[in-house]
Design a protein around this ligand. Sequence first.
Ligand code: AMP
Ligand code: ZN
Length: 465
Amino acid sequence: MLKFYNTLTRTKEDFKPLNGNTVTMYSCGPTVYNYAHIGNLRTYIFMDLIRRTLRFEGYKIKGVMNITDVGHLMADSDDGEDKMAVASREQNKTPWEIAEQYTKVFFEDLDKLNISKPEIIAKATEHIPEMIGYVQALEAGGVSYETSDGIYFDISKFPRYGCLSRANLEDQLAGARVEVNDEKRHPADFALWKKADPLHIMQWDSPWGKGYPGWHIECSAMSRKYLGECFDIHSGGVDHIPIHHENEIAQNEVLSGKQSVRFWMHGEFMLVNNGKMSKSLGNTYTIADLEKKGYSPLDFRFFCLNTHYRKKLNFTFEGLDAAKTSRERLLQSLARHKAAASGTDKAIIEKLRDDFRRAIEDDINVPLALGVLFTAVKEPVSKDIYDLALEFDKVFGLSLDKVALPEKKEESEDIPEEIAALVKARADAKARKDYALADEIRAEIAKKGYNVLDTRDGVKVTPVK
Ligand code: AMP
Ligand code: ZN
């Protein structure tokens, strides 16, 4: 029986969709003001693992992911400027250009990481009327109030406020820093709609004058539009538990009185060198950064798969190197199984299949499931083992169907491993027709003292004399 850990109840619960065989799922998507970093991408790999597990279990999925292209302020609450406006000013582009640029790269990253795209992608800016309608309904229900800068949700109207994070609001109040907005009745009241001054770059007409939506109302309005008042799963990163998801619950449930989301599922954070990832520390790597260093995006996926989604994952290059080596060994041994003519005893295959299923049904225990794969490949070479690995790969998403015996090395025998990895990354980029990246990698190789030449007989790598 499939079990998922539900943040709402803090327990693992049996999972069954609310309706028939189709799972309704909403995932908080990216704020497209910058490149997604590897921490963000860990959360989308987690989303993908939920989706793949559901499919493995025979369910269909109606999944929605939003693209936040307005309304996410620098602080997750109501402080600071809109992230899109900041990027727009810094890069001298319109917010629409910024959104288009980073949304495109985001989906390319998902592709490279074998993350299957949710069925419905919903851009916030394309759902402004739905958001206004939602705020009007809350207003009509008497759970909001107007201040000089916006329409706010009155959390005193929702006694269960805090049910997800189990935060003690009184403690929060006592420790709260001096409120910037003294028109708010409670520091945790949050903006549903913000009034815009004439210089504000993104604004729409509304019953409250020109303005823009609050970040939380986006997810409530879009999930309701596509999935209805009650749906099965809502996913996101753990940082969203205390504010964003708490506020979604309040908006969703204050008028309907129904539980809007059956399972709240949260992915733990990725750290870098045991600390926070931040631009100022220069440690927010992107997938392109890893590729430039000679790693395949699937090395990163494999690295993530080795830690359960509810555990913090510390990113280091030593860790990524270990993942890369381990993935290469796995591919090599699978290539031998693929080429084998012999088979494996049915009972052994059944036992491995059972162990695998039990692991993923236990709250998506992918590290344990990978252990089953490693046990399987230790069996004597057999085509059955390769076929079984392909079955498992429906959840892992490691492109195990593409294994081939390692190519013969060209004149690369005496070049360092680091350069060989870069040459491979360049070939991968070319295969994807990402010529810009391929050129960047070639330049990187040149910087390290090697020439890459594409000849009719293949790639030749020679030290610069
Ligand atoms: P954002 O684009 O800021 O809205 O974030 C996109 C997603 O990435 C959200 O679901 C966040 O919870 C998640 N996220 C942000 N930082 C990290 C991190 N260091 N590790 C894992 N997930 C993260
Ligand atoms: Zn959201």
